[in-house]
Ligand binder design. Structure first.
Ligand SMILES: Nc1ncnc2c1ncn2[C@@H]1O[C@H](COP(=O)(O)OP(=O)(O)OP(=O)(O)O)[C@@H](O)[C@H]1O
Ligand SMILES: [Mg+2]
Length: 249
């Protein structure tokens, strides 16, 4: 497939975090259903509506075959970390597709990013590869994944470390991650890059978002340092983390 000129490629990288059962995979299914060329590293066996490929050799064959097609949707299930990494390495040689990786924290840690993921997140853009990294806990991801994400979506996060991680680029709105309504998420990144299903799930207390965005300055800068606390804001509802109710699982 011929690549579009660089300025006409509108691909994106998204990170989706949240504790179990809050809607990460459900949202990802909605996103990938809008795309023509899709591969999911389906290590939990959740994407039955795609073409399910069991095994490593079979997955390689399916990738090579799919690369010739205009449309495909593959759920690859090797159930082996090493094999999944080799598949991601192979997928990096493709163009124009959306790759979703479930349970990304199985492959990375905060201190280690395997080359297969590193090249995808750094250079996938040049091949028009959209990426979705899914994980239960934000703080378990490698910083380069989130730093190179255009879009960060957080469903519920309970742990202080995870909320602080989100807060380092989202600002104080991250405290809301502790008590989000069912299937709602915090969303960070420029709206124009945002797949519609993400906008539909966005927790939209717009007054609260506006307050935080205006205090954080440039919203598209994912590493903007939060420079104002709600406590500086006269009509704020939250003044500190402890003011947000924590709903335990
Ligand atoms: N937006 C939604 N509307 C209605 N039901 C939803 C929605 N999102 C999720 N669900 C329901 O919640 C269940 C759990 O969602 P999902 O499988 O996406 O969770 P998850 O965050 O991927 O969890 P895990 O970390 O365990 O994989 C789904 O089977 C679905 O029934
Ligand atoms: Mg899931």
């Amino acid at each position: 497939m011929r690549l579009l000129p660089e300025n006409e490629r509108h691909n994106w990288v998204a990170t989706i975090v949240g504790i179990r059962g809050r809607g990460k995979s459900y949202l990802t299914k909605e996103i990938v259903d809008q795309e023509d060329r899709v591969i999911v590293i389906d290590n939990l066996g959740e994407y039955d509506h795609l073409k399910v490929i069991d095994g490593y050799e079979e997955s390689i064959k399916a990738i090579v075959e799919a690369n010739k097609q205009k449309r495909f949707g593959l759920a690859l299930r090797t159930f082996s970390l090493e094999h999944d990494l080799e598949l991601m390495d192979l997928i990096f040689n493709m163009e124009h597709l959306t790759l979703a990786v479930e349970e990304t924290s199985r492959y990375v840690s905060s201190a280690f990013l395997p080359p297969a993921l590193e090249q995808l997140v750094r250079f996938g853009r040049h091949r028009a590869i959209n990426l979705i990294w899914l994980a239960r806990r934000a703080a378990e991801l490698h910083r380069d994944l989130t730093a190179n994400s255009d879009i960060i979506v957080s469903f519920t996060q309970h742990e202080k470390r995870d909320v602080e991680y989100l807060r380092s680029f989202m600002g104080d709105i991250a405290f809301r991650a502790k008590d989000l309504p069912p299937y709602k998420c915090l969303v960070y990144g420029p709206d124009e890059k945002m797949p519609l299903p993400i906008l539909n799930r966005k927790y939209n207390d717009s007054a609260e978002y506006n307050r935080v965005n205006s205090s954080n300055g440039n919203r598209s800068n994912l590493h903007a340092t939060p420079n104002a606390r709600y406590s500086n804001d006269s009509d704020s509802e939250i003044t500190s983390e402890s003011d947000v109710d924590s709903t335990q699982e």
